[in-house]
Design a binder for this molecule. Structure first.
Ligand SMILES: [Zn+2]
Length: 291
């Protein structure tokens, strides 16, 4: 095995240290008005202490991906601000309800503090609220799920993150419509007709087949989205898996549990579109409202 050039390693380390020192000076200048006891010297102990006091994600900071302007606004009390990379013009085509659904499942399994730390890793305040109908960038959703994937969870678990979508949306305008139906096919039809505007605008969702107990959905990336993101597809395999869970969850209002789902094509694996196959039993009676 050939060892890396010693001079190259040393110069890379020097460059890293210089950048880190510069960023630390910038951080001190920014924090001083809010924290008079800010430590002067850059060392691991001081950095750790600052990260704890000010919810600063050390991983982002050490990788040089820290946005100072976002942090400054958060320190000044703006908990709703998002990092600039999620505010690119035209890219806000996803919905807040996707983020709410994922955070609801993560909080249920790992607790609220874990959720807050997860957002912190994206430089989003744990106190930020998400409106189900607000438009957000797909990059936020992809980054959020990349952080979740560090837990080493399976494809089934990613689907599970979307399984509670109908419950999370229960009190919203969307929920008020889908909870009035008595059968799964009514809900899926409504989802693709009068309720379509509640969902994201990245993709086109088309019913290929619909019966009383099954459904086939084809999903393609809109041309406009491809132009905006300069990419044939947007999102990720993880986003697709969560979306499968969201689709399956739509039978919750009538069955009390999600439909079965499998995907025969995925745009993130082997093609230009995703094809979902859903099936469910006929309900004997409508479940109780608190399910
Ligand atoms: Zn897919």
């Amino acid at each position: 095995m050939q060892l890396p050039d010693r001079n190259l390693v040393e110069s890379s380390a020097d460059l890293f240290n210089r950048k880190l020192q510069t960023n630390y000076e910038r951080l001190k200048d920014l924090l001083r008005p809010f924290d008079p006891s800010i430590p002067e010297e850059l060392n691991v102990e001081n950095l750790w202490s600052l990260s704890q006091r000010h919810h600063l994600d050390l991983d982002l900071f050490l990788r040089g991906q820290f946005n100072f302007e976002t942090f400054k606004a958060q320190i000044a009390g703006d908990s709703q601000i998002l990092p600039e990379k999620y505010l690119q013009n035209g890219q806000q085509l996803s919905r807040g309800r996707s983020v709410l659904t994922i955070l609801d499942a993560v909080a249920l399994y790992f607790g609220d503090e874990f959720c807050s730390n997860l957002l912190n890793r994206l430089q989003i305040s744990g106190r930020r609220t998400f409106d189900p109908d607000e438009f957000l960038s797909m990059h936020l959703l992809v980054d959020l799920l990349t952080e979740v994937s560090r837990l080493g969870i399976s494809n089934t678990d990613f689907r599970w993150l979307g399984f509670r979508s109908a419950l999370v949306n229960r009190g919203t305008e969307l929920g008020k419509i889908i909870y009035q139906f008595n059968t799964g096919d009514q809900i899926y039809r409504s989802m693709h007709e009068e309720c379509m505007h509640f969902f994201d605008k990245n993709c086109k969702y088309e019913i290929q087949r619909l019966s009383k107990n099954s459904n086939e959905i084809k999903i393609t990336t809109r041309e406009q989205t491809q132009e905006i993101f300069k990419s044939r597809t947007v999102g990720s395999r993880e986003v697709c898996l969560v979306r499968q869970g969201v689709y399956a969850s739509m039978t919750l209002p009538v069955l009390g549990y999600p439909a079965s789902i499998h995907e025969s094509h995925c745009m993130h694996v082997d093609g230009d579109y995703c094809l979902y196959h859903l099936s469910w039993e006929s309900p004997r009676s409508k479940p109780t409202p608190d399910l």
